[in-house]
Design a protein around this ligand. Structure first.
Ligand code: GLC
Length: 564
């Protein structure tokens, strides 16, 4: 059955995510800033993208690079001022670009005024803004923390002889959503940004906001699996619905929740339009595909198989086939670079695999999210030394490895493929020192391959560049409503080299062929009938064969055809 089409700008738009710290420095302090983004708006517009998602730019002590907010209504000084922000937003509006901000409300920084008050005394007016466990009740039941050296989410605080909860770093206390004052404060700050003209929010770990405040021992069903437990709080949907009714429904905005732990059978509870919660969310099934079970930061690349990759995407497409809407991403600021992880960043295969993966995101149903640098095929930096890493996650886990006497070389080898810093290196603009990102040594090292063609300036002038392919492919998606709204049918299900699918909208049909192989491949499509194929785009030379349903693909070749 053909899904009823409800057209929306956030379904038709292409998202471009910017990690401000790493995009463009204009003040010469080695840190990117808002003026830097303003300077690059023409470039962003030239990509054909429609929506910018900006990682946090609020005031923050930066223990987790801005995901620890100390003031939701101020801009981080290193990034600029509120006047810079207003200028950025105005510049975007002029160009028809939408702005989506990061909403980080599972936790604040411990330097936020709410927490500063909360920890003062047990009867402080802000006490219940956070989760406290009085010490006289004994040691609180085990909760894991992502960024804690002891993996312990409870931190004892002497002042009031109590423990506070922090799912992330010790400086990121979790807000207590049971408290209606907290919820109202969050809705207020959302209004503050919407009233400025912001077009939506990406909601940080939104699946974690609701907690069972009795804090029972972890139910046995969740043994060793704290993420699914955290994402299954009793009042999560009540809160999201309330947020929708109180704030979101009053604006034409887009929402995308970051939803670790949310499974496919829970998906529609978030995005079924009738439930009035969110528009989209990010699931993590793909991001876990090559990670050791239950250990989100341990690579297990041997688990990667194209048939599994296909299955994840096919299953998730199916869940939204009648209701809701999906989101498609292959990397972001928390995961290694797309081409290094899912493609092949060797010299031979870099161009084809980077462009093939762009083709993939732009031909699937669901809003595509690209991460700065993906349009020029930026790769993992693979630092050899722990001293090069800046990320709290890697640094903490290194300390844990030291404490456990683990093999530290093995640890570094893992980080070369897994670390979040792979994705956070400065944008590669040109061949100047520091890749045109800054005039001084940047906060995180630049990948030296900016000197070898992985930079914007070198790719601008080249017809066959990853950058210019990206622009063309974005246009192909815009020209074919079928690629946005069409139904999806997987072909060649068990083929381990080629990902093939059909997108259909009314009488229009598009066939997408993506090679994930380092070898030439030959395929025959006989699951569907067609008489003629018309090529819309390919990243390599297309070989004609005598039979209409037989194709020869070069390594990592992508072809998109219209069928008749
Ligand atoms: C999300 C963010 C990540 C951050 C964490 C804690 O997963 O994407 O960067 O460290 O939440 O806020």
């Amino acid at each position: 059955m053909q899904k009823k089409i409800i057209r929306k700008w956030w379904k038709e738009g292409v998202v471009y995510q910017i990690y401000p710290r790493s995009f463009q420095d204009t003040t010469g302090n080695g840190i990117g800033d808002l003026q830097g983004i303003i300077q690059r708006l023409d470039y962003i517009e030239s990509l054909g993208v429609d929506i910018i998602w900006l990682n946090p730019v609020y005031e923050s002590p930066n223990d987790d690079n801005g995901y620890d907010i100390s003031n939701y209504r101020n801009i981080l000084k290193a990034f600029g001022s509120m006047a810079d922000f207003d200028e950025l937003l105005a510049g975007m509006k002029e160009r028809g670009l939408k702005l989506v901000m990061d909403l980080v409300v599972n936790h604040t920084s411990d330097e936020h005024q709410w927490f500063q008050e909360s920890k003062k005394s047990r009867d402080n007016a802000y006490r219940d803004y956070y989760h406290w466990w009085p010490a006289e009740k004994g040691t609180p039941p085990k909760r894991w923390s992502y960024f804690d050296v002891d993996s312990n989410a409870w931190k004892y605080d002497e002042t009031t002889d109590a423990y506070y909860l922090h799912y992330f770093a010790v400086k990121q206390p979790d807000l207590n959503w049971e408290n209606s004052k907290v919820r109202q404060a969050v809705y207020d700050l959302m209004r503050f940004w919407f009233d400025k003209g912001v077009d939506g929010f990406r909601m940080d770990v939104i699946s974690f906001i609701s907690k069972d405040i009795e804090f029972p021992e972890l139910p046995t069903a969740y043994n060793g699996k704290f993420i699914p437990f955290y994402s299954n709080g009793p009042k999560l949907h009540e809160y999201l619905h309330e947020m929708n009714q109180t704030v979101l429904s009053n604006y034409d905005v887009m929402t995308v929740g970051e939803a670790p732990g949310v499974t496919i059978d829970q998906a529609l509870q978030f995005v079924d339009e009738d439930r009035e919660e969110l528009n989209m969310f990010f699931h993590f099934d793909l991001m876990e595909l090559d990670r050791a079970h239950g250990q989100p930061f341990l690579m297990a690349s041997e688990l990667w198989k194209l048939t599994k990759f296909k299955k994840i995407h096919s299953d998730w497409d199916a869940v939204f086939s009648e209701k809701g809407w999906g989101s498609m991403f292959l990397n972001n600021h928390d995961f290694p670079r797309t081409v290094s992880r899912w493609g092949n960043d060797s010299r031979t295969h870099w161009f084809n695999s980077a462009t093939m993966l762009q083709t993939f995101l732009l031909t699937m149903r669901g809003t595509p999210y690209f991460y700065y640098g993906e349009e020029i095929g930026m790769t993992n930096i693979r630092f050899d030394n722990i001293t090069d890493y800046q990320d709290i996650n890697t640094l903490n886990r290194y300390k844990i490895a030291q404490q456990n006497n683990d093999d530290l070389e093995t640890f570094i080898e893992n980080e070369k493929d897994a670390s979040r810093d792979n994705a956070r290196t400065p944008m590669q603009w040109n061949t100047n020192e520091y890749s045109g990102f800054s005039v001084v040594k940047p906060w995180l090292k630049v990948n030296t391959n900016y000197e070898e063609g992985i930079n914007v300036a070198s790719q601008e002038g080249k017809k066959n560049s990853v950058l210019n392919y990206f622009r063309k492919m974005v246009q192909v998606r815009k020209d074919q409503l079928t690629l946005i709204y069409g139904s999806y049918q997987l072909l060649l299900r068990s083929n381990e080299e080629v990902y093939a699918y059909l997108r259909t909208l009314g009488k229009e049909k598009c066939l997408v062929l993506l090679s994930f192989s380092t070898q030439k491949t030959y395929i025959k499509i006989d699951e569907i009938e067609f008489k003629k194929v018309t090529l819309l785009i390919s990243n390599d030379e297309v070989y004609e064969t005598n039979q209409v349903n037989t194709f020869e693909l070069m390594p990592y070749q992508a072809c998109v055809y219209k069928l008749s």
